[in-house]
Design a protein around this ligand. Sequence first.
Ligand code: CA
Length: 117
Amino acid sequence: MGQSLQPEPSGERSGGRKLAEMAEEGSELERGLHAIVGSFYRYAEGPPGAKVLDQEAFQTLLSNELSHQLTNPEDQKAALDMFKMVDANNDQKISFDEYWDLIVEICRVIRRRHYNE
Ligand SMILES: [Ca+2]
């Protein structure tokens, strides 16, 4: 509440705690955006700047975080098909950009289902 959009003092930028606090205090949309990004990093592994989801991590994310959006998240074959579809460059890993494309697709489905557009 009452927070301005002024840049934070540089010393406080690096800490993840500030981000976590913002995620709790923000609007519904802001919290949702934090949840989208945070969900990827909760399951992704690898060096900073190159974190990815392997097939197992992707499947865990699907069943833990997206079970109501997908027809059959527990179905191994369906999850594998989904993995192949989302893995656009076919390197057997899901990058943040590929994950983002999945989120966009899910948003389109939500729009169709709930707003009939
Ligand atoms: Ca990939």
